[in-house]
Design a protein. Structure first.
Length: 290
């Protein structure tokens, strides 16, 4: 057990070791900082991609346009079948009359369009269903069920192909970020561990005579090891501090851009975009590495 005097001596010795070998300490700190920066960027990219997928999933749907004169009972049958489908999250129905009313309200200030509508004897807008899937990958299956099912003769158009490419790209991007990012973090983590290991080893080698004398006068193993552990912890704290500053600057520049991209009502998940929480996570990762 350490008494208070011994404890502070160990900490002081660790700081002295850190500054005595400043070039080696700087190299170890730099590698760990790079590792933490990559880890931070990976987390931010993952958060942005996850948010993008969620935002687009909330906006994307399958629009089913029915042919004129289709009985409402036929529409309700398809609607009920879709509600019973476990892959479907929500089904919204807009009748032809409601669609016309919404259209008129939207273009209430456009007299030309309103005059053109008054000249028509029939409602030009079809009844529609807006279908949202529970998962992005379920949209193709749902679209195929509608297009090739028993109701295909009642449907004039299934509007899904416009979103298929975007959904596919986002899913691939998310997988790429996760796979590539994890690989980068693992590689640089191993490099950081090796650099810190070699730095501490060189420090011990340079102080081998001092360590031998400490053993001869009866110093305990923990008293000898303590300064080297403190030195390793200093790498973690300094690297975390540098990375946190970079992270703060990055977030201050990134968030306004994201709000412009996604809208002023942007509500990013706090797990990924909370700077203090990320700094704490970075410190835990750095301490684990050191």
């Amino acid at each position: 057990m350490f008494d208070s005097i011994t404890f502070f001596r160990v900490i002081k010795a660790g700081f002295v070791n850190f500054w005595r070998n400043i070039s080696l300490s700087a190299a170890a700190t730099m590698v760990m900082t790079i590792t933490l920066v990559i880890f931070s960027v990976l987390v931010l990219l993952f958060g942005v991609t996850r948010y993008s997928v969620t935002a687009i999933r909330n906006r994307v749907d399958i629009s089913v346009y029915f042919k004129p004169g289709v009985a409402e009972t036929k529409v309700n049958q398809l609607r009920q079948d879709l509600k019973n489908n476990q892959k479907v999250g929500d089904v919204a129905y807009t009748s032809a009359e409601d669609a016309l009313a919404i259209f008129k309200t939207k273009h209430a200030n456009d007299s030309l369009i309103l005059e053109s509508l008054s000249e028509l004897s029939d409602n030009p807008l079809p009844a529609t269903l807006q279908i949202k899937a529970k998962n992005l990958e379920d949209y193709p299956t749902i679209a195929k069920f509608i297009s090739d099912g028993a109701y295909k003769d009642s449907i004039s158009k299934v509007n899904f192909e416009d979103n298929r490419l975007l959904i596919g790209r986002l899913s691939k991007l998310l997988k790429f970020i996760v796979t590539g990012g994890v690989a980068l973090v693992v590689v640089f983590s191993l490099i950081a561990i090796l650099v810190i290991y070699n730095t501490i080893t060189l420090t011990i080698y340079n102080r081998r005579e001092e360590v031998e004398i400490m053993r001869l006068v009866g110093a305990t193993n923990w008293y000898i090891r303590g300064p080297f552990l403190v030195e390793a912890l200093l790498y973690s704290f300094v690297a975390t501090l540098i990375t946190s500053v970079i992270l703060f600057v990055l977030l201050s520049r990134l968030l306004p851009y994201l709000r412009t991209l996604f809208g002023t009502d942007l509500q990013l998940p706090q797990t990924y975009f909370n700077a203090p929480l990320l700094s704490l996570c970075l410190l835990v990762v750095a301490l684990f590495l050191s």
